[in-house]
Design a protein around this ligand. Structure first.
Ligand SMILES: *[C@@H]1O[C@H](CO)[C@@H](O)[C@H](O)[C@H]1NC(C)=O
Ligand SMILES: *[C@@H]1O[C@H](CO)[C@@H](O)[C@H](O)[C@H]1NC(C)=O
Ligand SMILES: *[C@@H]1O[C@H](CO)[C@@H](O)[C@H](O)[C@H]1NC(C)=O
Ligand SMILES: [Fe+2]
Length: 464
């Protein structure tokens, strides 16, 4: 709608109301019904949690972007018995790790748990589009991994992101991760929050933060995962004397928030290839005048779509969600930020939290004010597509119950575990696909060509 004359909009609005009154024709509610078994956590002695051999061997290795442009990484790992070394040796040849960088080490206590030695090391001034090998550890117990840097920021640089959320550490989580790995295109994971679910164990048993780190290492040590915080990262437990929210997360997962002028690791931005990615915090203050809100208002005008055509926002709690589970939880942030997302033509917003999959049409609901009572999502070609991808497979199981009938703005919804791929081809096209976990294979169950909101104003799909 966006640019049509007022008359056309009114006619449309009238048709819409009429339609809504007679029959709510939504999009597709998939008739694929997944087996309803409960998601079960992998036992502590599962193969994926195995401790790497050797005294004090580095474990839980993970890499994330380390600057604003993609020329740096932050490498993190844990040594269990003693601090050992925080030095990383790295280079472009596996046999000649010619560079070295010094990291830092930290640890924390949580109730009766004491963490291992958590190391963080920044490698900067890397070359673009280059494979780097790196070595962590000391003496006889070192481990070597590799990662690839992205292309230089460029409006037509192709790049492929994976989308995973609410993973946890069940047998289903392991299938989701294996499916993502078997989908060899993913170069960086945009992770929409809720990592280990350690907080559902007695006293937030932080041993489950360690097992999660070891479980995902097979991917996180080789490609960046871009972290968003969810409610399971809060770890606020006054009943056992733990008053500092996000304590385990901030010790274990470092992000490059300062590079985007953010004072907090819970909201920040990065550029990567042709994408500009803004990470927001559903569980940090976001009302008017809060640090997050002030930062976002200054951040959006800085995005230069001639440089990074694709504007992607990540947050944990979805702004549009037609499942019964977590219904309306994103509403306060929607009221605050949706006008900005439409003004700055965000291409897509990914979130998690709801353990299922849903994709919206391009809609907005920004005409509302408390006096006119006008309060319905309407088609809006300047608005983002909203995608809920909280279907990683954690212990809480699937969110199978949906509001009925399916609202008109909801294009596709299905309660299955899975992951998605956002495959940017150039400044105008990106191919998006969602893969459900099924029968040992990753099945493409929903897909869409995305047309960039600045460079290609065609509609991707038609509102029913
Ligand atoms: C997890 O998945 C990997 C890869 O498919 C497999 O090798 C491993 O045995 C699985 N572990 C469990 C506990 O399911
Ligand atoms: C936006 O990016 C383009 C392409 O990199 C550049 O030529 C232009 O100067 C930038 N505009 C601003 C306002 O920085
Ligand atoms: C962008 O990619 C799409 C899909 O691969 C292709 O059809 C289109 O021609 C490309 N546009 C340009 C300008 O290369
Ligand atoms: Fe959540």
């Amino acid at each position: 709608m966006g640019n049509e004359p007022l008359g056309v909009r009114l006619v449309f609005a009238a048709m819409f109301l009429l339609n809504a009154a007679v029959l709510c024709r939504g999009g597709i509610t998939s008739d694929f019904v997944r087996h309803p078994e409960k998601a079960v956590d992998m036992p502590l002695d599962a193969d994926v949690f195995r401790i790497p051999p050797g005294y004090n061997a580095p474990q839980q290795v993970h890499v994330t972007q380390g600057d604003h442009e993609g020329r740096a990484v932050i490498l993190s790992w844990v040594t269990p018995s003693e601090a050992g070394s925080s030095t990383v040796f790295y280079g472009t040849s596996e046999h000649e790790l010619e560079f070295k960088a010094e990291g830092t080490v930290t640890k924390y206590n949580f109730y009766t748990y004491t963490s291992g030695y958590i190391h963080h090391c920044i490698l900067s001034n890397l070359k673009y589009t280059t494979k780097y090998f790196y070595k962590v550890g000391i003496g006889l117990t070192t481990r070597v991994f590799w990662f690839k840097t992205p292309p230089k920021v460029d409006p037509d640089a192709p790049y492929t992101f994976g989308l995973i959320g609410d993973l946890g550490q069940t047998f289903d989580s392991n299938i989701t991760l294996a499916h993502y790995e078997s989908n060899p295109k993913g170069q960086t994971v945009l992770y929409v929050g809720d990592l280990s679910y350690a907080d559902i164990y007695p006293n937030h048993d932080n041993v489950r933060w360690d097992t999660w780190g070891r479980f995902v290492e097979r991917s996180t040590a080789y490609q960046p995962w871009i972290w968003t915080t969810g409610n399971h990262e809060i770890d606020f437990a006054p009943e056992i004397g733990e008053y500092v929210p996000f304590k385990p997360f901030v010790h274990r997962y470092h992000v490059p928030h300062r590079a985007s002028g953010s004072g907090s690791p819970f909201w920040y931005s990065i550029k990567r290839a042709s994408a500009y990615i803004i990470i927001l915090a559903s569980y940090s203050a976001f009302g008017k005048y809060t640090p997050q809100s002030e930062w976002l208002e200054q951040e959006l005008p800085k995005v230069n779509r001639s440089e990074t055509p694709w504007l992607i926002v990540l947050m944990h709690s979805p702004l549009y969600n037609s499942y019964s589970y977590h219904y309306m939880e994103g509403e306060t942030m929607r009221v605050m930020y949706e006008p900005l997302f439409v003004e700055y033509k965000v291409d897509v917003i990914f979130s998690g939290h709801v353990h299922a999959y849903e994709r919206s049409y391009r809609i907005s609901n920004i005409a509302y004010n408390i006096i006119d009572g006008n309060c319905r999502p309407v088609p809006d070609q300047s608005a983002p597509v909203y995608i809920t991808i909280g279907d990683g497979g954690n212990q809480e199981g699937l969110a199978a119950s949906m509001t009925e009938p399916q609202p008109r703005y909801s294009a596709f919804r299905e309660a299955s575990f899975g992951h998605a791929i956002f495959d940017i081809k150039n400044r105008s096209h990106a191919y998006y696909s969602w893969y459900r976990n099924q029968d040992g294979n990753a099945m493409e169950a929903d897909s869409l060509w995305f047309f960039n909101r600045v460079w290609n104003l065609r509609e991707e799909t038609y509102y029913p």
